[in-house]
Design a protein around this ligand. Structure first.
Ligand code: FEO
Ligand code: CA
Ligand code: CA
Ligand code: CA
Length: 626
């Protein structure tokens, strides 16, 4: 949901374009699912310490644990105002906002125009999202995504924010994709190093290499790229990731919405439906840029929906789309080196009823060794959760799917359906615990759960890790691989938390027992572990603070202890914003947090355009914050 100044959220836009079929065969299994294994306990069976089951029992654990809380902050109340709040003893400052120059040849941001097209690829882009900080020879470099645009704000002089020229389209394309920027901390706090030779804007028009099993496939060839190996740009970059060898992974999510058809008679290829590519583009790129007109370039949409690797230490490097990691609405990429040295990347597909994936490299990672094939030569798996708390990663191969390697890479959703993957409640960020062998995934919400199939016609019963019909609050699932080995096929799973509102509901919608009046939130989305093993949870949900969402306030960031299950509120964002994106300075004394699409006039105040921004949060005593 957005205020009227905003475009629809992507999931609502998708649903309008292609409504899902009603479900037909669902039993009413909600109650059964919820009573199983004491999900109301909110702490999983394999967690150490407080493996507490049963409603209310965690509350006593909470007070017992209070004396040894691992949180260094005093939790804060909800907020409904126009600014950011952090705990006592902490302060925040702005690092950069949409439109701020990265180079001295770009003008200062102009609130009257939202910036001109000429400088739009020389400034910080719109809708900051996933980010990672890299140490490049002692210099600190942040790579950060620009997920999408808010046309009514980015084109403030256009009627209803509608594009009216090729220049408008180019400006929006430039405000997307990725910024790489050097940052430094001085006496006045953090700032971007203007004109740093490491600064770079990557846009929807930056040349990239296509690698992996789909590279060169007929389905990826276009008139401009008859080899099917070079593509222009990346779009709708949502969450992020970092490889063990120090490169940035940016994830293409709702790529479908940028394509449309100018020819009403053009028959859409069959494979478009599963990915939501429709005749009606969201921004009318197709009206001004033929590359996005599917009646002229029907293969172009199949060149998006991948994970892209960027080397932040080399501004002249060509980004690489790694098709082996699958094509879907990629949220983020959580990479970890398994015990035997193989690289494992966990990934979510953020759409109602889509799947969770895992990639395992065939080769092993050796520090300083050759890494160039590790994300191109490997195996893709999809998750199947059984209601008894066990689960399996099912391998996607020609044998298990009847599809070629290239087809599995290009139509990964179809491959997942063929092997009976579990339809999930919109998998958002995945995070891997650095101090225990386990992974977590935010399942943000799913109003279709139990009511409608996914776009592939797979049923979505309310059971297992997705236990609530028409799930409005979201939950976080976690899994522990068999034998403490991230490459293992088998895992155990449980729910770390089910968000809910115990002030309004007394059934499953009250949430798990680690939800209480002091930490209410909905729609967990961004999620990162810090180096100490605390879990930071960011929200993208209903911020109206009324009805089912009363007492939750603006979107926020909370900290969770994976061992005790305790969750406390650390930060609140300005009204209308989503809190998304988190990384730390090299010395861990600063955390950088993204504030996306504020509706309040943040951070410049009344009468000014609202601007997505990265803020820096520090302790006043300069102690470490992660
Ligand atoms: Fe871009 Fe699924 O959030
Ligand atoms: Ca997200
Ligand atoms: Ca979201
Ligand atoms: Ca978002």
């Amino acid at each position: 949901m957005r205020d009227e100044t905003y475009d629809l959220s992507w999931d609502d836009w998708d649903e309008l374009q292609s409504p899902r079929p009603e479900g037909t065969e669902f039993d009413d299994v909600v109650e059964t699912a919820l009573s199983r294994r004491g999900f109301m306990g909110g702490v999983l069976a394999f967690g150490s310490g407080a493996a507490v089951m049963g409603a209310g029992s965690l509350m006593s654990t909470t007070s017992a644990e209070a004396a040894t809380s691992r949180f260094a902050f005093t939790p804060i109340d909800i907020a409904t105002d126009a600014t950011v709040h952090v705990p006592e003893g902490y302060s925040w400052s702005r690092l950069i906002s949409w439109g701020d120059p990265l180079f001295s040849d770009a003008p200062e941001f102009d609130h009257a125009t939202g910036g001109d097209v000429a400088s739009s690829d020389r400034v910080f882009g719109e809708n900051t999202d996933g980010m990672e900080l890299f140490n490049v020879g002692g210099r600190q470099v942040i790579a950060v995504n620009h997920e999408y645009v808010n046309t009514k704000i980015n084109l403030p002089n256009n009627e209803d924010g509608k594009v009216a020229s090729a220049d408008d389209v180019l400006k929006l394309q430039n405000l997307h994709a990725v910024t790489v920027m050097e940052v430094t901390e001085g006496a006045d706090g953090w700032s971007v190093v203007i004109d740093s030779d490491l600064n770079r804007r990557i846009t929807a028009n930056t040349p990239m290499t296509i690698a992996g099993p789909a590279a060169g496939h007929d389905l990826l060839k276009t008139e401009a790229d008859p080899e099917g190996t070079t593509v222009l740009g990346t779009m709708n970059n949502c969450g992020a990731g970092k490889t063990p060898w120090g490169t940035y992974l940016t994830c293409e999510e709702n790529f479908n919405g940028y394509f449309g058809s100018t020819d009403a008679a053009f028959e859409l290829p069959e494979d478009y439906a599963r990915y939501g590519v429709s005749a009606e583009g969201r921004y009318n790129y197709e009206g001004y840029d033929p590359r996005f007109d599917v009646s002229k370039n029907p293969n172009e949409p199949r060149r998006f929906g991948y994970i892209v690797e960027i080397d932040p230490s080399d501004p002249t490097s060509t980004p690489i789309k790694h098709t082996a990691l699958g094509r879907f609405k990629h949220e983020n990429a959580a990479a970890v080196v398994a015990a035997d040295g193989r690289v494992v990347v966990y990934m979510g597909d953020d759409e109602r009823g889509e799947f969770m994936y895992k990639y395992v490299s065939n080769g092993v990672y050796t520090p300083g060794g050759e890494t160039s094939s590790l994300l191109d030569d490997g195996v893709l798996y999809v998750a199947k959760f059984d209601p008894d708390g066990s689960g399996k990663w099912i391998v996607l191969t020609p044998t298990t799917t009847g599809m070629s390697e290239a087809e599995i890479a290009i139509f990964s959703r179809v491959a997942g359906s063929k092997v009976g993957a579990t339809t999930m409640d919109r998998p958002e960020w995945v995070a891997v615990n650095p101090v225990a062998v386990e992974g977590y995934c935010c399942l943000t919400n799913n109003k279709n759960r139990g009511l409608k199939t996914n776009a592939g016609g797979d049923e979505t019963p309310a059971v297992g890790p997705n236990p609530r019909e028409a799930n409005k609050y979201g939950q976080i699932v976690r899994w522990k691989p068999a034998g403490d080995d991230h490459t293992a096929d088998d895992f155990e799973w449980d729910l770390y938390v089910m968000a809910g509102n115990p002030n309004v509901h007394s059934d499953a919608n009250a949430g798990s027992a680690n939800i209480n009046a002091g930490n209410l939130f909905n729609s967990p989305d961004g999620m990162m572990f810090d180096s100490t093993g605390l879990l930071w949870i960011q929200t993208d949900g209903d911020y109206k603070n009324e009805g089912d969402f009363a007492g939750m306030g603006n979107n926020q960031m909370l900290a969770g202890d994976p061992v005790t299950g305790v969750i406390e509120r650390f930060m609140t964002g300005p009204y209308g914003s989503e809190v998304t994106g988190l990384t730390w300075s090299s010395d861990k004394r600063t955390m950088f947090v993204g504030i996306q699409h504020p509706a309040a006039p943040f951070p410049d105040g009344e009468g000014k355009l609202a601007r997505s921004s990265i803020i820096a949060i520090k302790r006043d005593d300069n102690a470490m914050v992660g």
